[in-house]
Design a protein around this ligand. Sequence first.
Ligand SMILES: *[C@@H]1O[C@H](CO)[C@@H](O)[C@H](O)[C@H]1NC(C)=O
Ligand SMILES: *[C@@H]1O[C@H](CO)[C@@H](O)[C@H](O)[C@H]1NC(C)=O
Ligand SMILES: *[C@@H]1O[C@H](CO)[C@@H](O)[C@H](O)[C@H]1NC(C)=O
Ligand SMILES: *[C@@H]1O[C@H](CO)[C@@H](O)[C@H](O)[C@H]1NC(C)=O
Ligand SMILES: *[C@@H]1O[C@H](CO)[C@@H](O)[C@H](O)[C@H]1NC(C)=O
Ligand SMILES: *[C@@H]1O[C@H](CO)[C@@H](O)[C@H](O)[C@H]1NC(C)=O
Ligand SMILES: *[C@@H]1O[C@H](CO)[C@@H](O)[C@H](O)[C@H]1NC(C)=O
Ligand SMILES: *[C@@H]1O[C@H](CO)[C@@H](O)[C@H](O)[C@H]1NC(C)=O
Ligand SMILES: *[C@@H]1O[C@H](CO)[C@@H](O)[C@H](O)[C@H]1NC(C)=O
Ligand SMILES: *[C@@H]1O[C@H](CO)[C@@H](O)[C@H](O)[C@H]1NC(C)=O
Ligand SMILES: *[C@@H]1O[C@H](CO)[C@@H](O)[C@H](O)[C@H]1NC(C)=O
Length: 328
Amino acid sequence: MSLKMAFKLSCWSCLILCMAAYYCGQKVFDVTQYGAMADSKTDNIQWAFSNAWKAACEFNGPTSLAIPQGIFFVGPVIFRGPCYNNISNAKIANLTFLDSKGFHMSIQRSSNVTIRNLNISTTENSHNTDGIHISGSNNIDLATLTIGTGDDCISISQGNTNVSISNVACGPGHSISIGSLRKYMNEKNVAGVNVRNCTVSSTSNGIRIKTWHGAPPSEASDITFEGIITENVSNTIIIDQKYSRGITAVMRGTSNKVVAVNFMCSQLVPCENVTLHDINLEFVSSSGSSSITSSLIQNNSSLVQNITSSCLNVKGMALGIQKPATCL
Ligand SMILES: *[C@@H]1O[C@H](CO)[C@@H](O)[C@H](O)[C@H]1NC(C)=O
Ligand SMILES: *[C@@H]1O[C@H](CO)[C@@H](O)[C@H](O)[C@H]1NC(C)=O
Ligand SMILES: *[C@@H]1O[C@H](CO)[C@@H](O)[C@H](O)[C@H]1NC(C)=O
Ligand SMILES: *[C@@H]1O[C@H](CO)[C@@H](O)[C@H](O)[C@H]1NC(C)=O
Ligand SMILES: *[C@@H]1O[C@H](CO)[C@@H](O)[C@H](O)[C@H]1NC(C)=O
Ligand SMILES: *[C@@H]1O[C@H](CO)[C@@H](O)[C@H](O)[C@H]1NC(C)=O
Ligand SMILES: *[C@@H]1O[C@H](CO)[C@@H](O)[C@H](O)[C@H]1NC(C)=O
Ligand SMILES: *[C@@H]1O[C@H](CO)[C@@H](O)[C@H](O)[C@H]1NC(C)=O
Ligand SMILES: *[C@@H]1O[C@H](CO)[C@@H](O)[C@H](O)[C@H]1NC(C)=O
Ligand SMILES: *[C@@H]1O[C@H](CO)[C@@H](O)[C@H](O)[C@H]1NC(C)=O
Ligand SMILES: *[C@@H]1O[C@H](CO)[C@@H](O)[C@H](O)[C@H]1NC(C)=O
């Protein structure tokens, strides 16, 4: 199934995509033909979206679900099978998500999904409002997204392989994260995540691999962050207690915290094969003052900071520019 969504969808409640489909094709199911009205301020038309989805899902052959231009006020919608238990070969593009009460979009047990040109935003202080959450999926390609939330812009949790993310403007929010991992028993590994040409602004983390303590180890490997620009980020690179290997990072920008690069890996399963290549970060306080631009600021010891890196149980190498000085 190809999900062809056109233009603006504005929802006041959470829109969860947990979809099921298999084919990609031309038969179009338009939500407005199922009772959805655009530009009405009082709609609560998740049933129209559900019915259009159900019809598309039950159709024997390749289909598309279309949301024409307009603003639709919808409650939570779950696009889920009877048709299949996951989604394959789908494209989701040209949508705006506003103020979800939970994850704005969740992609689960899916493959070959392309996501383009989505704008996702909600307030900075709203919890668990991840922009796009991905789990148990493979061959997922996300590009040209603008995401500002109260939680992760994109979270890549267990069981994902071959996830490509590029040209994402993230912030405010937490970060583009791998994890949380090890939250539950029997989690699958994460392998092959490429994050390229993204900017991360005013977030609590830049790039992050986060792990809960306790559950049996799983592994994150072959992870590349390249061309990442940070602005006013607190934990610019943070890897927290994870068996992680094959991680490469290339980035520049600013950190508002002194320890800008922080590897906290476990003694039992250290982080291996970590490559930091051309890391060029400078300290800028979160109020926006650069430590190098004014002598007044230079006299303020809380603003004059050399950023540092911290390594615990991590093995790897550093290439090219290393600001802060590497601890690898
Ligand atoms: C999204 O919009 C672009 C530009 O208008 C268009 O080329 C593209 O086909 C659209 N994608 C979908 C899936 O509708
Ligand atoms: C992936 O999905 C697209 C539709 O979005 C389809 O055209 C393409 O053939 C699919 N690729 C594979 C390998 O199935
Ligand atoms: C998302 O925002 C960008 C920048 O403001 C804009 O160019 C783009 O058209 C928007 N996309 C949608 C789907 O509204
Ligand atoms: C999705 O479902 C199809 C058909 O049931 C199956 O072949 C495929 O392996 C499933 N993909 C995932 C990622 O679970
Ligand atoms: C990775 O996913 C992309 C689509 O996102 C696909 O074109 C590519 O073939 C996949 N690579 C592998 C090794 O499966
Ligand atoms: C990232 O940016 C570089 C330099 O502008 C460009 O060569 C490369 O194609 C871009 N990659 C992606 C995936 O956007
Ligand atoms: C820096 O980020 C914090 C949130 O982490 C935000 O409150 C502050 O306004 C940002 N400062 C600038 C200069 O953008
Ligand atoms: C580290 O990288 C080297 C060279 O790429 C490879 O031979 C080795 O197997 C890797 N080790 C781990 C633990 O991934
Ligand atoms: C900063 O400190 C230096 C040396 O202590 C002093 O000479 C200078 O006047 C101070 N500058 C400002 C703007 O306070
Ligand atoms: C130093 O900077 C901090 C943080 O911005 C600010 O709260 C404090 O007032 C400054 N102190 C002086 C003497 O300028
Ligand atoms: C920052 O580092 C530079 C060069 O290593 C050094 O000269 C300077 O004293 C350091 N400043 C602070 C506040 O540690």
